[in-house]
Design a protein around this ligand. Structure first.
Ligand SMILES: Cc1cc2nc3c(=O)[nH]c(=O)nc-3n(C[C@H](O)[C@H](O)[C@H](O)COP(=O)(O)OP(=O)(O)OC[C@H]3O[C@@H](n4cnc5c(N)ncnc54)[C@H](O)[C@@H]3O)c2cc1C
Length: 457
């Protein structure tokens, strides 16, 4: 079967090595309390009952919280000296157990390295543990904004987003992270007896981006900025979900400036109770962030495809009305809203074959009935429109998930399995020869997040 049915490995850390490590890093903040170790061993893997079963008992022996690059280098040297596994952690919002210490050892919590260092025209420099929202706020003070951010921006860190994420709010305008030009440079620490700091830019960034913390400790990043827009939070409603998909394709083919386009079928309405006056379950919906200059064109285009206005407010009006921002009804926040009420759901991730065909999605809805609720994110990839499916799936067992993934693949969809904790098995990244060679340089002892990649040193 596709989903990994092996148990995650346990700890292999010797108490003497741990004690010696603690002596070497004296003066650096640490946590060893059982409650903290449990908290810092978790991320949002529980979206997957399969991963929950495999990862729930994984723990590190120590959580280390450096507050400077100098402290990171001391920890890296001591980890190498005592051969301790080291798992870097930002906000812990990843979905695939990315920040879970499979083999115990050290969790390196980066959230004390949280300073926004400099905002300049077109770019921002920040420490890796800075929250994405803090970076976005600092950019906005200068009339600029990030090109892409995750819907978890309140908790997620910029380092975690670049090491663990791939796309997000803004990808419909700027493409996915890898190609958008959003990552200008990355500073990483190596893990060896005498650790080094390396600065990567251009094509070298891919050696660290989306490598799940297996290719160096990111300490600092430079990210691209664009002029800020006062995005309107909009909902357009349609009589059929296929019309939502047709509308998304039409928006992408138009000049309308959008920053988010996220379609959900009407059965999501019970999970969006705060929005019930605008999305009550009688129609399917497109949630969008729209440039105010294109508001009229956006709703005119919706009307031409049988749609109507459900909501259109500024960010301040949404807050004043007690409504959640629409980006908290998109990407994996959509899944979260449903799971808050009903833990019987899980989810899948796929890219729908291009050019996307609303008929295929309607046929899938027919095939799965109430076993699957439809959710799609519209984005761009290599300049072309891209449709990613993140449907909710009623969880039965791992075998049924595999069966559904097989059927979706036979439909021509590229499935990215969110029920595995190994990078390459998720279908999101193959480590190239270049990336494996880089791993040998930055992590010659294979201590970084061991068990998460098939690439060996
Ligand atoms: C509700 C919800 C919505 C989400 N929406 C999105 C979305 O829109 N787009 C998206 O891409 N993802 C999304 N995600 C996944 C996740 O939130 C993002 O990938 C997020 O940006 C991760 O940031 P983090 O700080 O929480 O990282 P963590 O979860 O702490 O870590 C993620 C990975 O990065 C590594 N890492 C963290 N910091 C560093 C560092 N300094 N150096 C090296 N490696 C490091 C970790 O080892 C781990 O492998 C969502 C998840 C949830 C639960």
């Amino acid at each position: 079967m596709n989903t990994d049915d092996t148990q995650a490995a346990g700890t292999a850390v010797h108490p003497q090595a741990l004690a010696a490590f603690q002596r070497d890093i004296e003066g650096i903040a640490c946590l060893t309390d059982a409650k903290d170790l449990r908290l810092k061993a978790r991320d949002f893997y529980w979206y997957s009952p399969v991963l929950d079963e495999q990862l729930k008992d994984c723990r590190a022996e120590i959580v280390v919280q450096p507050d400077s690059e100098a402290q990171v280098l001391r920890v890296a040297a001591a980890a190498a000296r005592h051969r301790l596994p080291l798992t870097v952690r930002g906000g812990g919002t990843g979905n695939y157990g990315q920040a879970v210490p499979l083999q115990g050892g050290i969790v390196l919590d980066m959230t004390r390295m949280n300073r926004v260092l400099e905002v300049a025209p077109g770019q921002v420099r920040a420490q890796a543990g800075a929250r994405v929202e803090a970076v976005l706020d600092a950019a906005r003070e200068t009339g600029q904004q990030l090109m892409i951010y995750p819907s978890t921006m309140r908790i997620a860190t910029v380092g975690g987003f670049i090491a663990g994420g791939s796309a997000g709010i803004g990808s419909v305008r700027h493409g996915i992270l890898k190609e958008s030009g959003t990552i200008r440079s990355i500073r990483v620490a190596t893990i060896e007896a005498s650790p080094r700091m390396l600065t990567l830019s251009g094509a070298d960034i891919e050696k660290v981006h989306h490598a799940w913390g297996t290719n160096g400790i990111i300490t600092e990043l430079e990210l691209g900025l664009v002029p800020a827009e006062p995005w309107l939070h909009c909902i357009a409603l349609f009589p059929r979900y296929g019309d939502v998909v047709r509308f998304g394709a039409a928006v992408l083919a138009s000049e309308i400036d959008v920053f988010l386009l996220s379609g959900v079928d009407r059965r999501f309405a019970p999970y969006y109770s705060e929005l019930s006056a605008h999305f009550d379950g009688s129609a399917d919906a497109m949630f969008a962030l729209v440039n105010p200059r294109d508001e009229q064109k956006f709703f005119e285009l919706a009307a031409s495809l049988g749609g109507r206005r459900g909501l259109c407010k500024t960010e301040a009006e949404m807050a004043a009305a007690g409504l959640p921002p629409v980006h908290e009804c998109a990407y994996n926040h959509t899944t979260l809203q449903a799971l808050k009420t009903d833990r019987g759901w899980t989810y899948l991730q796929m890219v729908v074959p291009a050019p996307f065909d609303a008929g295929l999605i309607e046929a899938q809805m027919e095939r799965y009935g109430d076993e699957m609720l439809m959710h799609h994110e519209f984005s761009r990839f290599a300049g072309a429109p891209r449709l990613s499916g993140l449907p909710l799936v009623r969880y039965l067992d791992a075998e049924r998930l595999d069966e559904i993934m097989g059927e979706l693949e036979r439909d021509g969809c590229t499935v990215m399995n969110p029920h595995v904790y190994i990078l390459e098995k998720s279908g999101r990244k193959e480590m190239s020869a270049d990336q494996v060679a880089f791993k040998r340089q930055v992590d010659p002892l294979g201590l970084m997040n061991p068990g998460k990649t098939l690439a060996t040193v």
